[in-house]
Design a protein around this ligand. Structure first.
Ligand SMILES: [Zn+2]
Length: 507
């Protein structure tokens, strides 16, 4: 037997042995993981050590301590210093570590989680929570994991306009997003059906725009107060999740138009679209956006921009006057002018903008991130040099039915989106070249709630959000659907214990 062959046999034996040793069943699958036959038994005295006095690491240690106590009843202490025992949280300046990455080592004596940032340590803690086991004792399987994300933007969008969810429920969603290492919560807070942000400057948005349902259905009427929103923002921040509020314009704005009908084109009574020829509209939106920026203090704000009803502006004398004043060829060009004006105002406040892909060929505002939802839009954006989020609806719209049975109660145009299809999604297709690829910064799965009440959100997002988390976190080379399915079944009881049921029927 030559040496190479012996080495291969040896590696094979180790791989098989480690596979049989213990399955970690982590979702999303880490970049690198290897298991051993050791285990770390959690008991009184399994204290958490922090090497840094930084407040953030201490907060993470307390968070882990509380999570362990909740699940096992075991009390551990947080201590400063470094010992060759217990659970060590190590803020590490190692330059080879990737952004938001972490390393986790478990042996019979200790557990070590290293990260270059608090976020990295936080993700290591999420993984540790997933691998907690019990066989008489609570324990963690011996392993070595090196892990980091594929994309920087890993989002989930929740529509709070069509049906409205409680703050407590939103926090539960954020918890499970963090567990799956998703880092962006896109909050769709305004649309035709309802305005969901408290506005002190324009109170009719709440008095009229937040209460459009004459039947007074609880989940179709209401709004979040400024205090509630701030509470959610802080909650998300502790979980390393950014919140991107979305304010729709110029279409999808019936709740605003009913509150302030003077913002409509005079020829569009009962419509849902701001008049682009009225200077008061620009002033209104800028005041409103300023108020929203003050509440959210966001890095990025989503300004909608999709599905403006065509033909409305062409009929309006004010809009036609604006077209000729600015020398614009048609109403699509007028939308570009409108969005550029609002976006440059927002950008001067130091806030970035995202909008749904529309009229890419005519140019979108400078530095705006394009969210593609029709197939191919994100590739077009990337080829034109715009940073883009590929939220291709055929893979990421979780209001679509999980299976054929569910399809019977959904609109005809909605295709079935099963778990395997979500898992097969690649936000950066091979057809993009290397210089274009870098413009795809990630993806987002979305739950539109026209037909979804709060209690049904769980059935629409689980288990599909597990597949999505793996799409945006794990390297494509690690993907294997059969292996993923076995991990889905293994993690299901843990997700159930966090208060979420899976879809009914087939996935
Ligand atoms: Zn008009």
């Amino acid at each position: 037997m030559n040496l190479l062959f012996a080495c291969i046999l040896c590696c094979l034996f180790l791989a098989i042995n480690s596979n049989y040793a213990q399955d970690l069943n982590i979702i999303p699958k880490p970049v690198y993981e290897v298991t051993t036959n050791e285990k770390y038994i959690l008991q009184n005295g399994s204290d958490i050590y922090i090497t840094s006095g930084i407040k953030e690491v201490k907060r993470l240690a307390e968070m882990l301590k509380n999570a362990l106590h909740r699940r096992t009843g075991i009390n551990v202490q947080v201590r400063k210093g470094k010992q060759n025992k217990g659970i060590l949280l190590d803020l590490n300046s190692n330059d080879t570590m990737r952004t938001d990455g972490y390393e986790l080592t478990v042996n019979s004596k200790m557990i070590k989680i290293s990260g270059k940032s608090g976020c990295g340590i936080f993700y290591g803690i999420q993984t540790l929570q997933i691998i907690l086991r019990k066989d008489g004792n609570f324990y963690f399987p011996g392993c070595r994991i090196v892990d980091y994300p594929r994309y920087s933007y890993r989002g989930f969008m929740l529509d709070a306009s069509r049906h409205f969810q409680s703050i407590e429920f939103v926090k539960k969603i954020l918890d499970v997003m963090a567990l799956l290492k998703l880092n962006t919560f896109h909050w769709h807070l305004t649309d035709d059906e309802g305005w969901r942000i408290e506005s002190k400057k324009y109170p009719r948005l709440n008095e009229i725009g937040s209460y459009r349902d004459s039947l007074n259905a609880v989940e179709r009427n209401g709004y979040y107060t400024v205090e509630e929103i701030k509470e959610v923002i802080q909650y998300a921040k502790n979980l390393y999740i950014k919140i991107i509020p979305e304010i729709e314009m110029p279409g999808h704005s019936r709740s605003v138009m009913e509150s302030y009908p003077e913002l409509l084109c005079p020829t569009n009574e009962g419509g849902n679209t701001y008049c682009a020829g009225n200077s008061k509209v620009y002033e209104f939106i800028k005041n409103l956006v300023s108020e929203i920026i003050n509440i959210f203090n966001p890095e990025v704000i989503h300004v909608g921009g999709d599905e403006r009803p065509r033909g409305v502006w062409e009929k309006c004398p004010k809009c036609r006057e604006m077209l000729s004043l600015k020398g614009l060829a048609n109403e699509d060009m007028l939308q570009n002018y409108f969005m550029k004006d609002i976006c440059s105002f927002i950008s001067r406040k130091g806030v970035k903008t995202i909008a749904w892909a529309e009229n890419i060929k005519d140019g979108v505002p400078k530095n705006q991130i394009v969210e593609g939802w029709h197939p191919g839009e994100s590739w077009e954006a990337a080829r034109n040099g715009y940073y883009t989020i590929n939220a291709n609806c055929l893979y990421t719209y979780f209001d679509y039915p999980n299976n054929n049975e569910e399809k019977k109660s959904k609109p005809d145009w909605m295709p079935v989106l099963n778990l395997e299809k979500v898992y097969s999604f690649n936000p950066t297709p091979d057809s993009l070249n290397e210089s274009e690829e870098k413009f795809v910064i990630g993806s987002e799965c979305a739950l539109w709630t026209e037909l979804v009440l709060e209690n049904d959100v769980q059935h629409q997002i689980f288990p599909r959000i597990l597949a999505f988390a793996e799409v945006v976190w794990s390297p494509t080379g690690n993907k294997n659907y059969e292996n993923f399915l076995s991990r889905v079944n293994a993690i299901k009881p843990f997700i159930n214990s966090r208060g979420f049921e899976f879809a009914k029927g087939e996935w």
